[in-house]
Design a protein around this ligand. Structure first.
Ligand code: CAO
Length: 481
């Protein structure tokens, strides 16, 4: 007789409040005993929790990003197997989680729930696979199946997640169709070699990642076909020399693991860099008057503990420019044929944290004043540095600002945070002699660097955008128009 019962997290050793990084089943799925239900990740290991019996999933009680401990309810399972039912109520009868992954995992918990969350992002809808015309396609023409049907170890799932690959779309060449590391690598190589517009169709995860250059909609991308040396250690010529053993021949070395955020952002940086034709336009804004006003505001609000930096003004001015130039507040659609213009103005801000770069998103910036934005900026940067950002706080951005103004430097070329089409880099302002009304005057000049996707934005538009932005900053009364 069918019976519905709770399936809980079994004994997972001393671990408590462990991150759920992937939910592998959904309501309605039929599972066999030992099928993986969820993937958990601690700072030391990744493990799959298997189903104790066969049955149909009635309701899933956890989602990616949740934290669980032994006894936390994972899901309700309807089973007709009375024998397994009676066993299952005894905690010891539930299979132990799959063995921990061999590779060490960098400890950087909160923001890195992204990849899992990304699986539910609206943009993640897979596109039908291309017919297997090109030989390389052979490894990934398998139709999309539910994630739960893909057989892969936790380590391989994690590896795939880090590269933004839906493991369910990779054809497994291992025993009983298990997906191996080489399968994932071949999948990525093939994706990068695809002509423009097809990569999204073969399942690189389209999602929003917590990095400035992060992400995703590689859908329109990937024409460059430039393989990552890291992906091709054996075949990429010079890359075969990249190993600790080789470096050690020449002198002492130390191996420092990349943080999880660095690994995630690295894959996305690389993807965006090779897949988007970047051009960077530079400009300097005269912020002499803005700075005087900022200082005045700063004095007024210091008592309330509110610090007003130039970035608050930039956020508002950028929205002003986006309203004037809507193509900058847009994304290409998956086929690369249409521009999706956004009618909302959510701005991502790159925040430097000890574990790497993350990009929280400030919502509806156009509806907020400078002081409110300064407050929100301080709060969200503090949350980013304390690793308290949620996945949702890093999604839904339209345009990103990366400010190195607090540090220094004269200009840089930021990498676009796809699926956005442009990003503004801000460097440190400095006093310069500016020729004005027949004489040199000392003016405070702010260097701006606008990188844009040349498939979507042409050079003239970019120049107009940045000039408009500079004019707005030079005369902030324009923000009130
Ligand atoms: N010119 C001159 N001074 C500037 C400035 C600029 N463009 N921008 C900020 N400053 C000043 C601020 O006014 C502040 O001065 P005081 O300490 O005297 O008040 C100081 O520099 C420090 O500012 P801040 O960096 O703390 O604050 P912010 O609002 O400018 O920036 C944040 C916040 C979170 C964006 C920043 O701290 C940060 O993390 N930046 C790094 C982003 C990054 O790494 N980008 C690179 C991405 S590509 O890899």
């Amino acid at each position: 007789m069918a019976e519905t019962r709770q399936i809980s997290v079994p004994d997972i050793g001393n671990f408590k409040d462990v991150n759920v990084v992937e939910v592998l089943v959904k309501a309605g799925d039929t599972v066999k005993a030992e099928d993986s239900l969820i993937t958990l990740e601690t700072d030391k290991a990744t493990m799959d929790v298997p189903s104790p019996s066969a049955g149909v999933v009635k309701e899933v009680k956890v989602k990616a990003g949740d934290k669980v401990s032994q006894g936390s309810v994972i899901l309700l399972l309807e089973s007709s197997d009375a024998a397994s039912a009676s066993q299952e109520n005894k905690p010891a009868a539930q299979p132990a989680p799959a063995p921990v992954s061999a590779a060490p995992v960098a400890a950087s918990p909160a923001p890195v729930a992204q990849p899992a969350a990304a699986a539910t992002a609206p943009a993640a809808t897979p596109v039908a696979a291309e017919p297997a015309a090109a030989p390389v396609a052979a490894t990934f023409v398998q139709p999309v199946t539910s994630a739960g049907k893909a057989h892969a170890s936790p380590a391989i799932r994690r590896f795939a997640r880090e590269l933004g690959v839906e493991v369910a779309q990779v054809r497994g060449s291992g025993a009983k169709g298990r997906v191996t590391k080489e399968d994932v690598q071949s999948f990525v190589k093939a994706a990068l070699a695809q002509p423009r517009g097809t990569a999204g169709g073969i399942g690189l995860r389209v999602a929003e990642m917590p990095v400035v250059d992060g992400t995703t909609r590689c859908a329109q991308a990937s024409g460059a076909g430039v393989p990552s040396p890291r992906l091709l250690p054996q075949t990429a010529g010079f890359a075969s020399n990249v190993s600790e053993a080789n470096f050690a021949q020449f002198g002492p070395i130390e191996t420092k693991p990349l943080s999880r955020i660095q690994k995630l952002s690295g894959a996305n940086l690389h993807r965006n860099w090779v897949s988007i034709p970047h051009v960077t336009q530079f400009e300097e804004a005269d912020i002499t008057e803005m700075e005087a006003f900022r200082k005045q505001l700063g004095t007024e609000y210091a008592a309330q503990g509110i610090k007003i930096t130039p970035l608050a003004f930039l956020l508002r001015a950028v929205v002003e420019a986006l309203q004037q130039f809507p193509d900058f507040n847009a994304s290409l659609d998956a086929g690369g044929e249409n521009l999706i213009l956004k009618k909302y103005f959510n701005i991502g801000v790159a925040v430097d944290t000890p574990d790497g770069l993350v990009v929280p998103v400030l919502r509806d910036v156009g509806c907020k004043g400078i002081v409110q934005l300064a407050k929100e900026l301080a709060e969200i940067s503090a949350r980013a540095r304390d690793k308290k950002l949620t996945a949702a706080e890093m999604q839904g951005g339209c345009f990103t600002i990366s400010s190195l103004g607090g540090i220094g430097g004269t200009a840089f070329t930021p990498i676009i945070n796809a699926p956005e089409v442009a990003i503004l880099g801000v460097s440190r302002s400095s006093m310069k002699p500016v020729w004005k009304d027949g004489k040199f005057e000392p003016r405070l000049m702010l260097p701006l660097s606008l990188s844009y996707d040349h498939r979507v934005i042409d050079g003239a538009s970019a120049a107009r955008f940045i000039v408009y932005l500079a004019q707005t900053l030079a005369d902030i009364r324009r923000l009130a128009l």
